[in-house]
Design a protein around this ligand. Structure first.
Ligand SMILES: C[S@@+](CC[C@H](N)C(=O)[O-])C[C@H]1O[C@@H](n2cnc3c(N)ncnc32)[C@H](O)[C@@H]1O
Length: 361
């Protein structure tokens, strides 16, 4: 079979830290950095948009699936290029934003409310030329105090992407075992001082329930010591909030569950593009892509080459990252990594030949 090289030219650079301030804070003003990943000017700005378009805008009138509609930034750009988009989001607030696109683009745009972990059920027999995932939160989540995602705004400790289902962050914090809290804050949050935060949560909840974002923010501020050296670039509660949010929404499990379903929903020649913001998300995507391409999934994957089946082509040997200019304009893009996989036109029976590594951008 002939692999078509994917000619995407996007500058990759180390993301530069960007400091922002001036936002309402539930804690004493000026004590801690208050950066959260909202873009300058508010609203949600789609990350790595040029790269996503180059991955998915490959021919006129493509049938595309946006599995994480959010503010509809990527979807709108794809609709503006004449494509047909079916979009999914589990957040009820996204439904109202989708309704506005419906009016503007008519039948070329459709929306289904649901969790992408049920993708096969949500799309049925429909097949796509391209599928996009832009995992995680949109800026709307951080900006809406009632959703409980932000340490910048006081609100109920909710953090559910779909507030109609599952346990809230407050319920998680009230009931989670030491091991579950450690997994959330240490593994998902990558918080070096996780031990002290977990102990403080367990001790505090004996007498006072953690119900509001300000309760959790103050608890973390109280136990996280300032290290000597340069001032912190992020608020000390950033990682704790991230880890608890990932646990509450089972974000890693749903990514693992959706990737094979998305691949199955691709037409031959179709492309799967996934944007991750967390190293654990990116690892899941990378390993799935490598498995589909018949490559070792990780350094310790010692299966013999003849046991691997090549069903796809990885188009991004290394993930695409935001340029310094994009990071400056949209701090949320700082940690974004885009990987793209292509399903071949015909079933490829031969195994991956390591002497012919995948093409790259
Ligand atoms: C980063 S935002 C997407 C932003 C979008 N690409 C844009 O340009 O506006 C991620 C969206 O995916 C949604 N989401 C996250 N996990 C989901 C899941 N498991 N099922 C459905 N939607 C999910 C969130 O509610 C959020 O709206």
């Amino acid at each position: 079979m002939v692999w078509m090289p994917f000619q995407m030219l996007v500058g990759c650079s180390s993301p530069a830290p960007v400091e922002r301030g001036g936002r309402r804070s539930p804690h004493p003003v000026g004590r801690w950095p208050v950066r959260e990943d909202a873009p300058i000017g508010g609203g949600h700005v789609p990350v790595l948009l040029d790269a996503v378009l180059e991955a998915l805008d490959t021919a006129p009138e493509r049938r595309l699936l946006d599995g994480t509609f959010g503010g509809g930034g990527h979807t709108r750009a794809l609709l503006d290029r004449g494509h047909h988009v079916l979009a999914i989001d589990c957040d009820p607030d996204a439904e109202a934003r989708a309704a506005a696109l419906q009016t503007a683009y008519g039948a070329r745009f459709r929306f289904r409310a649901g969790n992408f972990t049920d993708l096969a059920e949500l799309v049925g027999d429909e097949r796509f030329d391209g599928i996009l995932f832009d995992f995680g939160l949109s800026s709307f989540h951080y900006d809406t105090a009632e959703r409980g995602f932000s340490f910048r705004h006081d609100g109920p400790l909710d953090m559910r992407l779909d507030p109609r289902r599952g346990r809230t962050a407050a319920e998680f914090l009230a009931n989670a075992s030491h091991g579950e809290l450690a997994q959330a804050i240490r593994i998902f949050g990558e918080e070096p001082q996780w031990r002290r935060i977990v102990e403080a949560i367990l001790e505090t909840r004996e007498s006072v329930p953690l119900r509001r974002t300000v309760d959790l923010t103050r608890l973390v501020e109280g136990v996280v010591s300032r290290r000597p050296g340069p001032p912190l670039k992020i608020h000390p509660a950033t990682r704790t909030f991230q880890g608890i949010r990932i646990a509450v929404n089972e974000e890693l499990q749903v990514i693992e569950a959706v990737l094979p379903q998305a691949f199955a929903a691709l037409r031959p020649g179709g492309r799967l593009a996934a944007i991750s913001f967390h190293s654990l998300e990116d690892r899941l995507v990378k390993r799935f892509f490598r498995r589909m391409a018949g490559q070792p999934e990780h350094d310790r994957d010692a299966r013999p080459q003849q046991e691997r089946v090549c069903q796809a082509r990885v188009l991004t040997r290394r993930p695409i990252e935001a340029t310094d200019a994009e990071v400056f304009a949209n701090p949320r893009s700082r940690s974004a990594k885009l990987r793209v996989l292509e399903k071949p036109y015909a079933t490829q029976t031969e195994n991956h030949d390591p002497s012919h590594p995948p093409s790259r951008f």
